[in-house]
Write a protein that binds this ligand. Structure first.
Ligand SMILES: *[C@@H]1O[C@H](CO)[C@@H](O)[C@H](O)[C@H]1NC(C)=O
Ligand SMILES: *[C@@H]1O[C@H](CO)[C@@H](O)[C@H](O)[C@H]1NC(C)=O
Ligand SMILES: CC(=O)N[C@H]1CO[C@H](CO)[C@@H](O)[C@@H]1O
Length: 286
């Protein structure tokens, strides 16, 4: 039995390339694995732990396991395009520090939570086009300081907090077309940002359309101007109104209370603190 151990060790240490290649995939070399269009219902495994480029597009995969990047933390390129991924588990990308390219387009994502890509600090291209995204948290792109290309086209977005782009100082290309944008007052700050950063859009403001709420007409952003949102500066939200009314009431109560106190003090001076005049008056009265 003894001679077996070195042999086993030798076998484990010098695995032939592709030894851990999942049966349905083709492993061109140690670092590139291609499992595209194989009808896979989940991410196949195991892969060689040092896989760099993983192609799992055109399958029926419903999730990226939450611990996926803990095993495959050397991944640089991950193509999950055209699957059935509905959500991204919190912390999935927590050890994805080498990831540069991530394609999640043509999936079924509906929302992006705060910090969902946190730790993917090297990401340069993030494709989220052709999902069902209706909600993107303003901190969704937190820590993506290197990101140059962001695709959010062909989703279900009516609104987006422009603060979400604050985390992206290196952004060069942004795709927002193909969403049912609503050009109400919430849209005003996004519109201003897009006007100033129109060079980041492939076809400028011509490619994005939005619906004017009351009139129910759809227009191209290029047909709008700052003046289109002029009324928004004067319209107040319900919260604003409540704050104003409440502070008005508070001021009145404070005014009434302070005049009451003042009246009491004055009264006190006149009555409680007997002055000589008062005594004299009283004496005279008696
Ligand atoms: C998605 O993948 C399927 C095969 O799984 C393919 O038939 C279809 O054309 C692909 N769709 C897109 C948009 O790439
Ligand atoms: C994913 O979304 C597509 C359309 O966007 C839909 O046809 C399909 O049924 C959805 N699949 C799942 C698994 O939700
Ligand atoms: C990423 C980027 O360059 N954004 C610019 C868009 O326009 C605003 C002005 O509203 C700049 O502050 C941003 O730097």
């Amino acid at each position: 039995m003894r001679p077996c151990l070195p042999l086993l060790l030798h076998f484990l240490l010098f695995l032939p390339p592709g030894h851990l290649c999942p049966a349905v995939c083709s492993c061109m070399d140690y670092h590139t694995i291609d499992c595209r269009d194989k009808g896979l219902p989940r991410v196949p495994s195991p892969f060689p732990l040092d896989v760099r480029k993983l192609l799992i597009a055109d399958n029926r995969i419903q999730e990226i396991p939450a611990d996926f990047f803990i095993f495959y933390s050397d991944l640089v390129y991950l193509d999950c395009r055209n699957n059935s991924i509905r959500s991204l588990e919190d912390g999935t990308f927590s050890s994805s520090g080498k990831l540069v390219y991530l394609d999640l387009s043509y999936n079924n994502l509906t929302q992006l939570e705060a910090g969902v890509f946190k730790s993917a600090e090297k990401l340069i291209k993030l494709s989220l086009g052709n999902n069902n995204l209706a909600e993107v948290d303003e901190a969704a792109f937190e820590s993506l300081g290197q990101l140059q290309v962001l695709e959010l086209n062909d989703n279900n977005l009516q609104t987006l907090n422009v603060a979400a782009f604050d985390a992206l100082p290196n952004l060069r290309t942004l795709r927002l077309e193909g969403n049912p944008w609503l050009c109400d007052c919430d849209f005003a700050s996004l519109f201003t940002w897009l006007e100033e950063n129109a060079s980041k859009l492939q076809k400028g403001l011509n490619e994005i359309q939005c619906t004017v709420p009351v009139e129910e007409v759809t227009v191209f952003l290029s047909e709008l101007s700052e003046a289109s949102f002029r009324d928004c500066k004067f319209s107040l939200s319900l919260t604003d109104l409540i704050i104003i009314i409440f502070s008005g009431v508070a001021v009145s109560i404070a005014a009434i209370a302070s005049s009451f106190v003042l009246a009491l003090i004055v009264n006190c001076f006149q009555r409680c603190a007997p002055s000589k005049d008062d005594d004299e008056d009283e004496d005279e009265d008696e």
